[in-house]
Structure formats: C-alpha cells, structure tokens
Design a protein around this ligand. Sequence first.
Ligand code: NAP
Length: 550
Amino acid sequence: MTPLTGRAYGHPRPPDVDVLVVGAGITGIYQLYRALEAGFSAELWEAGGGVGGTWYWNRYPGARFDSESYTYAYLFSKELFEEWSWCEHFAEQPEIERYLNHVVDRFDLDRHIHLGARVTAATYDEPSGTWTLTAGDGSTTSARFLVAATGVLSVPYFPDIPGRHDFGGESYHTGLWPTTPVDFTGKRVAVIGTGSSGVQIIPLIAEEAASLTVYQRTPNWCTPLNNGPITAAEQAHLQAEFEAIKEILDTSPAGFLHQPHDRASTDDPPAERRAFFEKMWRSPGFSKLISHYTDVLFDDRANAQWCEFIADKVRGIVRDPAVAEKLIPKDHRFGEKRPPFVTGYYETYNKPNVSLVDLQETPIVDMTAAGIETADGVREFDIVVWATGFDFGTGALLRMGIVGRGGLTLAEHWSEGPRTFLGIQTAGFPNLFFPGGPHAAAGNNPRYNGDQVDFVTDTLVHLRDRGYDSVEVEPTAEQRWTAMIDRGAAKSTFGEISYYFGTNIPGKPKKYLLNSGGRPKLFAMIDEVVANGYKAFRLARSADSSTSSA
Ligand code: NAP
C-alpha cells in the first residue's frame, strides 16, 4: 500500500505522517497498530513516561481491572491472546502495564511512540488539509489525520477545597500516581473519595499505615469483585476457546462475556430470590449488572430489595453499627452510578487503625499545612490521597488546544456539551477522530473502542482507495447522533448524580457522556455509513477541494 505521506497535494510541504495518534492507552496502541498495518505512516505521542494510558497513570496500590482480564485484552491477534497467560481473572495494574508493553514490543510499535510528549496545541490548516501539533516541550509535527485516543478518565479532578495547596505533607491523586512506590508504613494517611479508585486503594493503605482516615462524602453500592487466580485448567480452556470468546465479545451489547438472566425478581418467591441475590453477591465483577434479574435496574421495588440485601451484607461485615450505616447509600439506587467492585473493602473498617469521616455530617472546612479541618476539628496527616475522580469524557480533548476549520476551537463547539457522530468525529474538525472519547462506550471500554478504531481505520482506507484526503462529518449526522444520545440519556439507568453526566465537575454542562445507544446502535450506524457510501461525511481532496457525498 502506498502511504499518503509524500504525495503531491499542491501545498509546499507534505505532513510528517499520515496518522498522528495521541495517547498510548489501550485504544491508542491499537490505533497505531491498525494504521501501520493498513500501510499508513503513523506516529504516537504520549504525555506519560511509559505506555498504558489509564493503566500507566493509575498505578496506585490495588488498581486492577473490574472486567475479566481476557475480555479487556486485545482480540485482534489469536497468537497474542494465546501466548499471554493472565495471572488473575481481574489483573492488577503491574500485570496490565507489562501486557501493554509486551504488545508494543511484540508488534514493533515502540519505534513509532514518542513518550513525554503532551500535546498542548493542535491546529487544522485548511489549505493543506493537515493538522499541526505542538507538545509541551515545544516540539512540533504535522499529520494528515489526527486520532486523539486521549481517553475518558485521563484528567484527574482535584476539588477546590480551601487551603488545598497549603498542605505540607505528601499529596497524591490516584490518577497521577508516581512511578516510585509511596511508602505508607507508619504514616498518618487520609483518603478523600470513595468511588471505584478509593475503595480499591483503601484496604491496601490500611495494611501499612499507622492510621487511615477515610473522608467519604457519598457511599457507593460496593459488591465483591470475587477475583482469583486463573488455574491451569482455566488457562487451557481460555486458550482453546479463543474463537468462541471472541465471537461472544465481538457481538455482546456491552462488551462482556456475562450473559443476561432470563427471569425477573417477581418470577421467584422470596427464598429463591434471596438465594439468587446471594449468587449475585458471589459472582464476578459486572455480572451483577449484566446477569442480574431483568428488572433489578429498572423496577424500584426490585432495586430496593437488592439494595437492602447489600445493606444487610454491610451490616453483617462492619462490626460498628454506626459506621456500617454510614457506608450504606441513602441517596441513590444500585446502578444509578457506576458501581465499584471491592476486595476486602468493608472489612477494612473493622481494623483499629481505620476511621471514617462522614462529610455529610462534618464537611471539610479547610486544609492546613498539617492536615484537614472538618466541622468537628483538625486531623493531622503525613499523606493525603485524592481519590476524587476525573473530568470524564471531554476533559482531555478540551485541554489539547484543538482548533478546527475557520479558527473554531473545540471548546467553543462543545461549550454546551460534546456533539459527535458515533463518538468519533465532530463537525468543523476535518480529519480529527477521537475513538474512545465522549459518546463512545457504555460497558467494557476496549471492546467499543476497538470497534471505533476499526471504523476509523476502514474510513482512512476508504479515503485512500478513492483518492480523498479529507473527511469531515456532516452537521446533520452529528445532530442525529447527539440527539440519539440525549434521548437515550433520559431513559438511562444512570442518574444525573453520576459523573457520566459531568455533574462532578463544577460548571461543566450537564450532558450525557456515554453512548446511550450501546454497541448495537454503534454497529447499526457504522453499517449504515458503509452501506450508503459514507454519506454522513464530507469527503474531499485538499489539492482541488472537490468534494463528494458518496
Ligand atoms: P469517582 O467515581 O468520580 O469518585 C470520586 C470520589 O471523590 C467520590 O467518592 C466523590 O464523592 C469524591 N469527591 C469528589 N469531590 C469531593 C469533594 N469536594 N469532597 C469530598 N469528596 C469528593 O472517581 P474514581 O473513584 O476515580 O472512579 C472513576 C471511574 O474510574 C470509575 O467509575 C471507573 O469507571 C473507573 N475506575 C475503574 C476501575 C477499574 O475498572 N478497576 C478502578 C478505578 C476507577 P461524591 O460521590 O459525593 O461525589
């Protein structure tokens, strides 16, 4: 295949590469692989000092998959799948990082990856139809196509607590964890936040610290991850069943292996219902969402029964009844927020060195050089851990300094929330793709994001085969997809209190940031685009700017 780079487009200087990928997470690595495999020249710029994206930055103790390792991993290579033996059903961060480095080495991608290159500006040049990128260190490059695989959970959020910068001890965010180990031994530690990251790190810190104080604003419906090592027999089964596993994952509505249940809670008498709840409690990870009673997420009574079951479990585990009550959510249903999965979380509160501060009773007033002041006084700390989440969905894209056609900034175009087609492109920004961004996924992310990367790559090949070098989604297609997302959001089981609506970030537009149509809608729309010859996009040749809608 002839790379696009170097062809005569009627402008003085061809772009440095055909495809510039930003972000070396699971999506970006796959995009780099697919672009090179398709014969394009491609480079990848990554802000971090290593590859892995989320799984590079979130290297805090206890960080691990909540999806089964073999369902989160790549499926594009049978050999890769078969040669990598995951140690655990839900792998821990170091193993995930090793795996992603292995993929980069195995497919000879490392020579195309530039680490420590945080993109600070990306500007579209209309006459040449190319993007110019600048990194924080001042280096620049240009590309025909820009693929921002910058992820949805890549901008850590620090709440604006008065005096935050005054704290004199060590301070870490789970999403910006240092590469050198943090020693909690004998230290007085505070953790702020009890979302999926907080509940993973809390039990591990409690094992080392002299004291651990957890600052909880809102408890979550946490259920056991039920992790375990993958036995030799399971390993053999996984490797023998690659095709079957791939088939299920490639067609699964939310990208999981778990199968939906065929019964509603009302189909079973109380004793059987309780037994089924017990089975769910003991089931792995997301099966508690996917394989639960069909009505548990949709019917208030069914949901309340399941919540009461979890509440009883918490009361049974946590010895201090007052602490147990504080750990039981009162403000939301199960599934209204993304539920965290835990290993030994509730048990941690039985340790003598662990205490819980309920911020609804005693809000944080201030941070001082020595510690944290709440309504009931000051507690002093050596280390504060911020497990306070992320600017989800749009955070990274809006910080990249993206400027499209006519000087339009992405921040302006998305001032009222993201507008996308397929969660892949936005109007006014030709040749920019953002697989794995807002409106992209709602489930097991690598599966959706892989679908999107495949579509992006197929689109680039479609252009090349027909002599085009510019592609921009039509505003009508963008409106249609965005309206579909908004309509679906109104019916979503996730509530507006979820960060999926951006409501965790002060001032952020309240807009649904997931793909409310799920994978079936993504597949259907991609099929439609291909069947009607890319009518949803404006295809052009930058040299003579002739266009085609077919
Ligand atoms: P998160 O779910 O947004 O949780 C943030 C926590 O910080 C919440 O408890 C929040 O309390 C608290 N918080 C925010 N502002 C605060 C303030 N001003 N004062 C006190 N507390 C405050 O973030 P996360 O735990 O990092 O998880 C984000 C997502 O990352 C997860 O939902 C998941 O998708 C992903 N994740 C995945 C895994 C995995 O797959 N294994 C692991 C970790 C994270 P409120 O609830 O009151 O806002």
